[in-house]
Structure formats: C-alpha cells, structure tokens
Design a protein around this ligand. Structure first.
Ligand code: SF4
Ligand code: SF4
Length: 395
C-alpha cells in the first residue's frame, strides 16, 4: 500500500442522467482510463465486485447499487481480461442462504447474473484477517474477500443517520459478515471510534488488495439513509482508486457540507486531502452547482449545538454528551412487533412488549449508543429520530 499514491489519487465525476447500460459502460470506460485503472489493473487477476445490497429492496428505492451500474462494471472488467469475477456482499441482516437469495432477487442481481453470466457468491464462510486498528487484532471478513486480488467497490451515494454519508468508505463495511457488523458497533460505541474503525478497515483492505471504487449517484438517497431516505436524482457517476478521495468529492457534489466525520479522521491521518480543491478531479458534463441533498434527521441543524456539546467535559463516562444526541424512537403506529430490531441491536436494549393486544418494540434508552442499526434494518420504517428537547429549544 502506497500512502502517497492513495493520497494523490484523482477522482472522476461524469454527468449521467439515467440507468442506460450502454451509456454507463461508455462513461466508466472513460473514467477508468482517466484515473489509471486500465487493463493492467484487471488482466489475469481475481476480481470481487462489491455492490451495496444492504436490504432486499427494488432498485427504484435507491437503497442499493443499481444493477445497470454493476452490469457495466462487470462487462468492462471481463473485457479487460480478469481471470475470475464474482459478486459478493454481506447485507445488513443475517448472512444466511435464504436471506441472501431474497436480497439477490429483490435488488436485480439474480436477473443480472442470469442475463450476463456474472457469478453470485454462495460461500457463506468467513475468515479472520489481521486488523490494522486499535482494540482488535483481527477481524472476520467474508471468504471471497480473502480469495480476490482486486475489489471493485460499487457503492451507492446516500446520506446516513450515523455516519452522515454512506459512499465508498462505508460500503466496505459490508465485507464483514452478517451479525458481526453489529458486534463492531458494540465494540466501537462512540461515533468517533466507529469512524476510526471505518478508516482502519479500508486501510486493512488496501494492505491486501487493489481497490477501485465506483459510485452510483445517478439516483442518490437523501434524508434518513441508508435505508429509509428518499430517492433523489443526482445525475452523476464517480470513480477513484481512493475510497477517501471519492467520498470527499461525493460530499461536495451532494452539497451536504462536511458531514462525514470519518473523512476528518482520514485527513488527520494524512491519507486524504479534505478540501476537494486539493484533489485532482476530472469532471465531464457535470453541473457546477452541487445537488444539495437533505441531511438525515439525526444530523439536521446539529452543527452549532453539537459543537458546544463536544466542547463540554466528558462527564459521567461520556453519557452527559450522549444524553443530548438524537436518539431512535419507535413509531407505534408503524411498528408491527416483528422483532427484527431486537435481533440487530448491538446493545441488546430493545425488547418487544404487548400493549392493547398489539406487540410493539420498546427501547430501553439508558444503554442505547445511537448507532441507528434499528432504524436501518426495520423493514417497516417504524424507527423515527427524535432530538433532545434542549437542543430543539436551542434552535
Ligand atoms: S420497530 Fe420495526 S423492526 Fe422493530 S419490531 Fe417494530 S416493525 Fe419490527
Ligand atoms: S436501540 Fe437502536 S440505536 Fe440504540 S443501540 Fe440499539 S440498535 Fe443502536
């Protein structure tokens, strides 16, 4: 891993208004040439395509990477002489065959596989790899990650209730199998720790692989992403050999300010230049004005109040400032008591109770770490975000 190369990697951004296979393929071929991911990057190598398939949603919801983008990448990689290509992902829930089959079918990957001959991963084993980070010596990753030379990280641009942005860096969190992801939230309960871990994870993967990131921002997601926001046309495709540089430019193109804390951490570590003016950007047919995506409820209007809170001493073991942070709240009208949130909560702080003959989820607030996994993985959109009353008054 060459840090200087990573730090100076250019980003390509091209205007693209629709999911037209041929148009996307032509754009990506030009982008790959412009950023230095030509034939030599793929020839004779084992390539893993890693889209964002966080939940079993039709592509029109903009929760997952659109199959037209994955298909275009596959055709290019195959034409450039890759020895093997496979698609793999560990979605947001359990990493088990029935769930994965449902994901492949709903997200259009099954059709794509049948149409184009792209193999979908069926090996549900995972392997430990030495981790370049604090707290953990090793982490589990899904088997195809260990078995490939190149990862093509095909992410979706979305706002995110916890991290502010879900794009290239966060998409690689999906190499961690199933519920181990929730254990990672428990191991890194503070947002800053979790963001450090995301940077460590990307650097661990860069140590062992070449990584090309492609971002589907043709239709992005705004609001309560990564699964319950609103699709919004953004008309852009982005590519880079640096996940970090791509996200800095994506943040600017999305018009969401400096929402992604993990990019501040990456900049402090010297692995990305935080101002996109310092990054070489190849822009083709892109509107000058950013898209101005709406932030998640958990991040809206927070900056001033949260900066003051961040400057307060870390009283009561950090619980003092956490008390003021936005928290999840069960929407009793929408909740059907399915218990999905109970199984994904890393703090085991959700139970279901019977109320007036109806089963409902209930959050025991004291232990909640505000990770918003419950919101992300509730199939019924029944987890709202509520701000602390004092912060609401401050606005
Ligand atoms: S909040 Fe959502 S996931 Fe949890 S029990 Fe209710 S409907 Fe199910
Ligand atoms: S209740 Fe929700 S936000 Fe709180 S720790 Fe559990 S999953 Fe995370």
């Amino acid at each position: 891993m060459d840090i200087e190369k990573l730090k100076n990697a250019p980003v390509a951004v091209t205007g693209c208004g629709e999911y037209d296979d041929a148009g996307i393929e032509a754009i990506l071929r030009a982008q790959f040439a412009a950023i230095g991911a030509g034939e030599e990057f793929f020839r004779g190598r084992r390539v893993l395509l890693k889209p964002n398939l966080v939940s079993a949603k039709d592509p029109s919801f903009a929760v997952t990477t659109h199959p037209a983008v994955v298909a275009a990448v596959f055709r290019i990689v195959r034409d450039m002489g890759a020895a093997d290509v496979i698609l793999a992902e560990s979605p947001g829930g359990s990493y088990a065959a029935p769930f994965l089959n449902k994901i492949y079918a709903a997200t259009g990957m099954k059709d794509l596989s049948e149409r184009e001959g792209l193999p979908l991963n069926r090996d549900l084993s995972s392997r430990p790899v030495p981790f370049l980070g604090k707290k953990l010596n090793s982490i589990e990753v899904i088997a195809p990650v260990v078995e490939c030379d190149v990862i093509v990280n095909i992410c979706k641009l979305k706002t995110h209730s916890l991290t502010g942005l879900s794009c290239a860096v966060k998409n690689l969190f999906g190499v961690i199998p199933g519920i181990v992801k929730f254990e990672m939230h428990a191991a890194y309960p503070e947002l800053s720790d979790f963001c450090e871990m995301l940077c460590d994870l990307d650097m661990t993967l860069y140590r062992d692989h070449d990584i090309l990131s492609v971002c589907d921002a043709i239709v992005a997601m705004e609001g309560n992403g990564p699964t319950h926001g609103t699709p919004v046309p953004m008309g852009r495709l982005l590519s880079s050999l640096s996940t970090f540089a791509l996200d800095v430019v994506a943040e600017r193109e999305a018009g969401i300010g400096r929402s992604a804390k993990y990019l501040d951490i990456a900049a402090e570590r010297g692995i990305v230049k935080r101002d996109d003016g310092d990054i070489a950007v190849v822009r083709v047919d892109v509107p000058e004005e950013p898209a101005k995506l709406e932030l998640p409820d958990s991040k809206k209007g927070n900056s001033f109040s949260m900066k003051i809170l961040a400057s307060l001493p870390n009283l009561f073991g950090g619980r003092f400032s956490r008390f003021f942070e936005p928290r999840p709240r069960i929407n009793k009208k929408k909740c059907v008591g399915c218990g999905n949130c109970v199984s994904v909560c890393p703090q085991k702080t959700i139970i279901t109770v019977k109320k007036k003959g109806k089963r409902l989820a209930k959050i025991k607030r004291g232990d909640c770490i505000r990770c918003f996994c419950c919101q992300e993985l509730c199939p019924h959109g029944a987890v709202d975000t509520v701000k602390n009353a004092i912060i609401r008054l401050a606005h």
